[in-house]
Write a protein that binds this ligand. Structure first.
Ligand SMILES: [Zn+2]
Length: 243
């Protein structure tokens, strides 16, 4: 069983290496996905601020129209001043001119406050555009890196699977099945190291008699952890021979 264990150790190492590559790929895909979500959010925010700026521009246009009307009314009234016949008419006309001027002034104040708001929106729009640009560049860089790595990763995994295939020939099918089953259920680890009577897969104590048998390594059957059911091995060959 020692030789089977040694082969399983190598198989386990290969499986973990493959898993590390797959997780690296997954991790990078996740970063890209998150960035894509962020980009969508930024684009939505840009569209929102654009709509707000558009609404402000419309309001400013309407106010400009009001200002123009008030100016026109005031200058028309001022021309009429020359043809005034009595005090009553003068009073009425003066009142109208004042009203037109007052309304014009109010409109101008309103316009300047809207223009300030528009400036703010435009500044916000520009800063969000810059942010979008930098995020898009980042996304391009990350996607490029991912694509560039994929070929190498696939090649590495294929090579490792080939080595694993070779190794599995030396392991009895029922042992391999057991190993694969546990591995699939226990975070990719089917074979756990035991150190000082502690299973390094689940970090619980294993019974002393199991530990002794493991160290002897001469038994017909492989030992399993009573807690996590992983197949067990002890590491040091020198230590094994010393027992
Ligand atoms: Zn365990």
């Amino acid at each position: 069983m020692i030789s089977t264990l040694r082969v399983l150790e190598r198989i386990q190492r290969i499986d973990l290496e493959i898993r590390a590559i797959e997780e690296e790929e997954k991790r990078r895909c996740k970063v890209i996905e998150e960035l894509e979500t962020e980009l969508k959010g930024t684009r939505d925010a840009i569209a929102a601020v654009e709509a707000e700026a558009g609404a402000l521009k419309t309001q400013i246009k309407e106010i400009d129209e009001k200002i123009r009307e008030s100016s026109e009314r005031a200058s028309k009234d001022e021309k009429r001043l020359n043809s005034i016949k009595n005090d009553r008419e003068l009073n009425a006309l003066t009142k109208e001119i004042n009203g037109a001027n007052k309304s014009k002034k109010q409109c101008e104040q309103e316009k300047s406050s809207l223009a300030a708001k528009l400036d703010e929106k435009e500044a916000l729009f520009n800063s969000r555009q810059d942010l979008l640009k930098s995020k898009e560049e980042e996304l391009g860089r990350l996607s490029g890196e991912l694509e560039a790595n994929r070929g190498g990763w696939k090649e590495a995994i294929d090579g490792k699977l080939k080595s694993k295939d070779e190794l599995t020939k030396a392991v009895a099918p029922e042992i391999l099945r057991k190993y694969e089953l546990i591995r699939s259920r226990r975070s990719g680890v089917g074979l756990a190291l035991v150190k000082d009577e502690i299973c390094q897969g689940c970090f619980t104590h294993i019974p002393p008699q199991v530990y002794i048998m493991l160290k002897r390594g001469t038994d017909e059957e492989l030992q399993s952890c009573p807690h996590c059911h992983r197949l067990l091995h002890v590491e040091d060959k020198g230590q094994l021979e010393a027992v």
